[in-house]
Write a protein that binds this ligand. Sequence first.
Ligand SMILES: [Zn+2]
Length: 257
Amino acid sequence: VEYKIRILKCGTTAAPGPEVYYLSDFEKWYPLNCYLYLITGGKKSIVVDTGCRDVNEFNAIIVPSYGPQGEKAKFVVKPEEEPRALLLKAGVNPNDVDILILTHLHYDHVSNVALFPNADVYISRRGWTSVMAPRHRQLAPAILFPRDVYAYLFDKKWDRVHLVEDEKILPDIKVFWIGGHTQCSQAVAVNTKKGTVIITGDTVFTYKNIEENIPVGLSYSLLDCLDAMQRIREEAAIVLPGHDPETLRRFPSAKIP
Ligand SMILES: [Zn+2]
């Protein structure tokens, strides 16, 4: 199957230089977008990631942690950027989504899993383990790793949760563990008319990360980030990074192909 991908911008934020580019650009802040993706063209409708929720509550905690310039780190989600509104506008009711793939388990990617009551959910097995039983407890802070969402997945949703490892979800869609940004990070490779598109999650924040081989600063493992970027460069015809506003400049129609 040659799938089509819609790139749906579901919010904005910004991050200081060293968070985006490891130990670089200490004076700079970079504007970032949040995304989810709708994949169509096969028999099933597929969504990758789910965006943010309750941004005011999230900002109340996150903004002060960034110090004097913290206001810049605020997440903003306009009404038309709410995941439900975005999907309805793209012609898909969230109730009709068959498959939900999570690139990782961070707040800005998993918060709205309950919006997809009829979807099977695909999570990295290694990733789920890393969050439920972290080697170091401080690596799973509650603000970034929303417990109630995991409780929902483990309780009401459990029969539909698939813990996966380097495998095909459908004949032309595969996931593979990449780690790096978090230990729960997996990439999604999708066959399209333009070749293999890889949705990287946040192990690659921006095109500059992967094109200049600079790992993200917000990383649990620089080595895994570099390994991941090497593999993604080898396998991808098109890369869709986690948070780059540049994505919508390279794909102004927000569609692939
Ligand atoms: Zn993110």
